[in-house]
Design a protein around this ligand. Structure first.
Ligand code: UDP
Ligand code: MG
Length: 323
């Protein structure tokens, strides 16, 4: 392992920022980011990935690009989702280290110097910023996060409690992630999965500079289902076990039915039968549903469509169309 980094000045750090409908706060965010990086000992570049915003996000990024030559941008043709935006940023970033952070100011740029210091020390290839507290979230959001993290740990074996997408990756980690051929991605889980040495640094989630969170419950549920089924085949095993339990229950009922028939007991057990039919009927549906999710994953992967399409680029202060 290379524990002795080269001279700091020769090293480039890239910041990748997915942004969706962040027009109101993006200029202030870029300002804070550049201020935090200006005094840093590394060269830096910023990649803002506009994930198909419907507001003026892209126009504002272009205005800022004129003032800051280190600022680059990609604009998607439509909203492809945060995961796709992170992937696009990772593909374009040229840094020896890449930091992924949100555009809304909730990931404080002030933390960057600490993250870079850990990376420079050479003891870790991933520096993960973990949320010190979730007090800014409502209790429903916290409960959702808790359920999601427990499920991820149980089903996918990934410990994501308090984890965020705010993380620094060494070039080796980025290259490893870019080699993954899969289309359905879950950045947070994938970096943990790589197993590279990780150090944590805690931060308090700041309030948004402007606007509201773009996630709705349906999107979060989809992310949770994707994250779990993309990382674990355990739900399939669970259905199998449920089926086995069903068979044992059915065998017990068969014995009871034969006994009733043999001892000429009048039609009894209608209630239990109804319950059993309802329970296993819905268990069947659930099972088919879970199979369906995996089938849909295979379908999506096998189509091999690109994860995103780029409408425009902002490179070195000048706008250009995709090549
Ligand atoms: N984001 C994105 N595409 C989306 C939704 C969100 O690129 O479809 C970006 C958003 O602009 C922000 C980050 O992902 O930079 C986190 O989004 P948000 O603040 O809505 O989520 P939360 O902070 O609630 O996790
Ligand atoms: Mg946010």
């Amino acid at each position: 392992m290379n524990l002795q980094p080269a001279s700091a000045k020769s090293r480039l750090v890239s910041i990748v920022v997915p942004a969706f409908n962040e027009a109101e706060g993006i200029a202030a965010f870029i300002e804070r980011l550049v201020a935090a990086l200006r005094d840093c000992e590394f060269e830096f570049e910023i990649w803002i990935v506009d994930d198909g915003s419907k507001d003026d996000t892209w126009a504002r990024v272009c205005v800022e690009g004129v003032r800051h030559p280190q600022l680059h941008g990609l604009r998607f043709t439509r909203n492809f989702g945060k995961e796709a935006a992170i992937l696009a940023g990772l593909r374009h970033a040229r840094g020896d280290a890449v930091v992924v952070m949100d555009a809304d100011g909730q990931h404080p740029p002030a933390l960057l110097s600490g993250m870079l210091a850990i990376w420079r020390g050479g003891s870790a290839q991933i520096v993960a910023a973990t949320k010190a507290e979730r007090n800014t979230d409502s209790w429903t959001t916290r409960l959702n996060a808790q359920i999601f993290n427990r499920m991820m740990k149980w089903l996918a074996g990934l410990d994501l409690a308090n984890a965020s997408d705010f993380r620094l990756l060494d070039r080796r980690v980025v290259d490893a992630l870019l080699k993954f051929p899969e289309k359905i991605r879950f950045f947070r889980g994938m970096t943990v999965w790589t197993g590279f040495a990780t150090r944590e640094i805690s931060f308090e989630v700041a309030p948004r500079i402007a606007g509201n969170s773009q996630w709705n419950s349906a999107q979060l549920t989809r992310l949770a289902i994707n994250a779990i089924t993309a990382y674990s085949a355990k739900p399939l095993g669970l259905i199998f076990r449920l089926g086995l339990i069903g068979m044992v229950a059915a065998a017990a009922l068969l014995v009871q039915a034969l006994y009733s028939w043999h001892s000429n007991v009048a039609v009894s057990g209608w209630t239990s039968l109804t319950i059993v039919i309802l329970f296993f009927g819905s268990a069947n549906m659930l099972g088919i549903g879970v199979l369906g999710v995996y089938l849909a994953h295979i379908f999506d992967e096998i189509k091999g469509r690109p994860e995103f399409l780029i409408q425009e680029r902002l490179v070195d202060g000048g706008q250009s169309n995709p090549d």
